[in-house]
Design a binder for this molecule. Structure first.
Ligand SMILES: Cc1cc2nc3c(=O)[nH]c(=O)nc-3n(C[C@H](O)[C@H](O)[C@H](O)COP(=O)(O)O)c2cc1C
Length: 331
């Protein structure tokens, strides 16, 4: 890739490094962390250097770092070290403005439940309260705190074990916490956030049940295609074997060449009607249109893009290659 920056972190400021990490590791899940001080005062703050790291025991980590400004320690860190308890909640779109408000650097001892207007409710096992507005809450015990440095902006990795999950029934759809139902937000760089639902959600078939052949096993004309993208090659490489000639012939026989203009073909493409695209491309082939093979291959790409229809895509791609040979002979 041309025009890349190459940075030795030793020659960058802490602020720049945070910018790189926050921009390149994104969107990050947000832990809304509730703690209590040694004398019982409530605290609530968001942390996006956060993730889950194991299921047995259920383990999550987040990093209440030293302040970039002056290297001072955050209340969440102090409270955790004193009490070794916290509650971590997922942050949804409906709460994000209040959560951001809770990140304000109020003086020590300020109750950010009150400042943010979020609602405290008692936990089952630990002393810090839960946040009622979050549909996903984890009561946690601090197992270990790893200090990642002593200077400004250095991280403190809080390794926590979850001792109780609280999950709202209405975010579980067919046994799965559904992204549209939980409607999480993630943190990006600067002031940017991501809403992780609606159009942002798509599915990628897990390669667990099958052992895909891999991109290296795809025929050269597919690997070197000008139409198919890297994602398309990944989809085809996730199939176990490719169809033989007879499969392709019986596939093609299911379609009837349908008279179309190139403009009409583009409309079918816009609608994602890949079967209609193939029928039109067959008409182009019959009319000896020099681009017919290209159009057939585009129907394969659309099948992958709109429906992950790898069966159709394989057969259409192989048919496109055959069409290319037919057209080459004719010219
Ligand atoms: C979405 C979001 C994510 C944040 N992530 C982190 C983080 O991962 N680590 C951190 O130290 N501060 C993070 N902050 C800043 C803290 O929330 C902020 O410093 C807060 O005031 C700390 O509060 P405390 O001193 O009460 O613990 C984040 C702020 C926001 C709004």
């Amino acid at each position: 890739m041309s025009g890349m920056r190459h940075i030795d972190p030793k020659n960058a400021t802490v602020r720049e490094i945070f910018g790189y990490l926050q921009g390149g590791i994104a969107p990050r899940p947000i832990a809304l962390v509730s703690t209590r001080s040694a004398d019982g005062a409530r605290n609530l703050s968001p942390f996006s250097f956060f993730n889950g790291f194991g299921g047995n025991p259920p383990t999550v980590c987040f990093s209440p770092s030293r302040r970039q400004r002056d290297g001072s320690i955050k209340d969440t860190y102090t409270n955790l070290m004193a009490t070794r308890e916290c509650v971590i909640q997922a942050v949804t779109y409906d709460m994000v403005q209040q959560v951001s408000l809770a990140s304000t650097e109020y003086p020590t001892g300020t109750d950010e439940f009150i400042k943010s207007g979020l609602t405290p409710i008692p936990s089952d096992v630990v002393k810090p309260d839960r946040v009622a507005e979050s549909p996903f809450q984890m009561e946690c015990i601090l197992k270990e705190m790893i200090h990642l440095g002593e200077g400004n902006g250095s991280g403190n990795l809080a390794i926590c074990e979850v001792v109780r999950f609280h999950i709202a029934e209405d975010i579980v759809v067919n046994g799965v916490i559904h992204p549209d139902a939980i409607d999480l937000v993630g943190r990006n760089s600067a002031d940017f956030y991501t809403r992780a639902s609606g159009n942002a959600i798509f599915a990628v078939k897990k390669p667990l049940e099958t052992r895909g052949m891999g991109v290296d096993q795809l025929p050269d004309f597919i690997r070197n295609s000008n139409v198919l993208t890297g994602n398309n090659l990944g989809q085809l490489g996730n199939t176990e074997h490719f169809p033989d000639n007879e499969d392709v012939i019986s596939f093609v026989n299911q379609f009837q060449a349908t008279e179309a203009t190139e403009l009409g073909y583009r409309r079918l493409q816009q609608r994602g009607d890949y079967k209609g695209m193939l029928a039109a491309a067959m008409y182009f082939l019959r009319s000896k249109n020099g681009n017919a093979a290209y159009y057939i291959e585009e129907s394969a790409k659309t099948a992958l893009d709109v429906a992950n229809d790898t069966d159709f895509a394989w057969k259409a791609a192989l048919y496109a290659e055959a069409a290319r040979r037919i057209l080459a002979k004719k010219s």
